[in-house]
Design a protein. Sequence first.
Length: 292
Amino acid sequence: MTDLKITVSVPGEHSRTYLFGDTPVLIGRSPKCRLSICHEAVGRELCKAWIEGDGRSVRVEECPGLTNPLTMGSNPVRGGLVGKRLDLNVGPLSLSFRPSTSEDNYGATSSAKSNAPRRIASALAVMAILGLGAVLAFLPGAPSTTRGVVDLPGSVPLPTPQSKPGRTAQPAQQAAILYSRAVELLSRTGAGPREKAIAAGLMFESADLLKLGGDSIETSQRRREAENLKRALDLSYRKEVLALHRHLEKDNMDTASTVASTLLEYLGTGDGHAVEWLEQLASSAPDRKDNE
């Protein structure tokens, strides 16, 4: 049997290879694509790929309305391409397409081929934030058991305080007001990741104002408190990213959509393409269930 082998390469990380026994395969940024690539250079729907009837060549056709074109070398792909191997690019990403027989896949894990939709967090996101265990999990080798590339931020972005005390206030007075706002946010019943991120940002701002006022001891204490809060917030965020990776790998889409909703609370609106991808994933489980 001939499968479609797609290799995705992102600068700074190991390339990942995905096998598809059932084609065509829709590739794009949307979580609903069979190969979902969460990267700002990739369109919502980038292209379709499938094995030609002879089983020895692959065809790739671009989707209409692309902002970043799919290219071969410096030439945009227009109307599709056919070949025994196609090496294409979109932005900084490289995508390689070719047919692959069972002999080519010798040594792959038993679950390396499946037609069920499944996704993971990419090496770029996971290696950066989950440490050595994630590095070992993403070493090059047999074709992947998963089919999604998710480029998530490595830590929780802190929002800039939306309003500050009046400019006439002294730095120490401004710092006290901002710190009291942070304490009030943290004291709320059921304070979530967004409230904690806002509070951490207010504490850092408060520490900077104290430094302007020349209070070095209070500045150090305030900054240490802010750093501890941020560290705890990043740790819990990384655990959620790892959970998302685990559930997507096992195709537990209902649970993955719940984790995606939780991650949105951490990220707010700080990272555009990642937030968009998570929003789509968070709402995708009911659609999938209706279509099954």
